[in-house]
Design a binder for this molecule. Sequence first.
Ligand code: NAD
Length: 354
Amino acid sequence: MSAVFDSASFDDHEAVNFSHCPETGLKAIIAVHSTALGPAAGGCRMRLYEREEEALTDVLRLSRGMTYKNAMAELPLGGGKSVVVGDPAKDKTARLLESLGDAVERLGGDYWIAEDMGIGPEDMAIVARRTRYVAGLAKGKAASGDPSPVTAEGIFRGLKIAVKHKLQRPSVKGLTVAIQGIGHVGYGLARLLHEAGASLVVSDVNQAALKSAVAEFEADVVDPDSIYDVDADVFAPCAAGAILNANTVPRLKVPVVAGAANNQLDVPESGALLKQRGILYAPDYVINGGGIINVAGEILGNYDPAWVRAKLDRLMQTLDAVFTESARQDLSPEVVADRIARQRIEEARLRKAG
Ligand code: NAD
């Protein structure tokens, strides 16, 4: 029996490639979920997965998520993702990254790799020694650099759109936003909100980041578990996934959830619970698409900031339309977004099949 086809996370993926190199210790899985809209693109995550099954589940779910995210951002890209089994602090050698590049090259352009958890731009530069199908480079002709500022801008703008729909407010001035995680995206978001006149409550496990946020934005700090209990106008999850679940959603005291983290809902029922509680949720893979738009600018060649800006504007219009449609049909925003994404992917698949 096959573990891939029978996995609960398998969703008609086009290809799942297992790569192993005994010389370098590489153990990687590359999942190409769909190339209907174009070559599959998505980051590479390196983690010390305890069991192979966990790595497989992660790569299957994440690659499917990329198909949906790229479709909503109207990018000519499909969805893919890769995972490397290992401890990034100990196992990430140049030789291992080169053999990862070989594995990507063997797919002949069906999959474009970029950074994700445990893998940075400096690692991509090594992968690029062996394959041209690399994005997220810091240097070079088409390099797009760190996507986080574009992601943060998209979250800021998307959050304002959610506020407009739910609170009928034209700006965030005078509102309170609770941010979970002030890392690359969360800190940029905090700056934009502060400049726009919002008050901030923040949580993080990194004390240095908290200290900066207090000094720079006069943010109030709460401990990591208390962020769900903050009485605020918006909750912006910008750290880990699956934080909207049966334990946390009943605790929320906010009318809007809009943040950067991937896979915020642990299960679809948590989205239904948010709706039942009257909380407007900005679907994560729509609002956080700024980063992949920036990366796409590199994949498609000749990185052009004006093209990135136009795509981000368009994504924000899509998010606005998702909220309008969800109110009209009395459906959760993520249900509406899923339908739009599925339709775009299916139409592209049929076009490609001729
Ligand atoms: P990051 O690692 O720079 O920041 C995450 C922050 O969360 C860190 O400061 C970390 O200390 C903090 N954190 C960890 N556990 C926490 C906890 N329990 N409570 C509070 N804070 C905690 O990551 P990032 O690049 O800012 O990305 C944030 C999220 O947004 C991730 O889920 C990522 O997948 C998603 N995302 C990022 C981008 C991007 O362009 N960077 C694009 C799309 C989605």
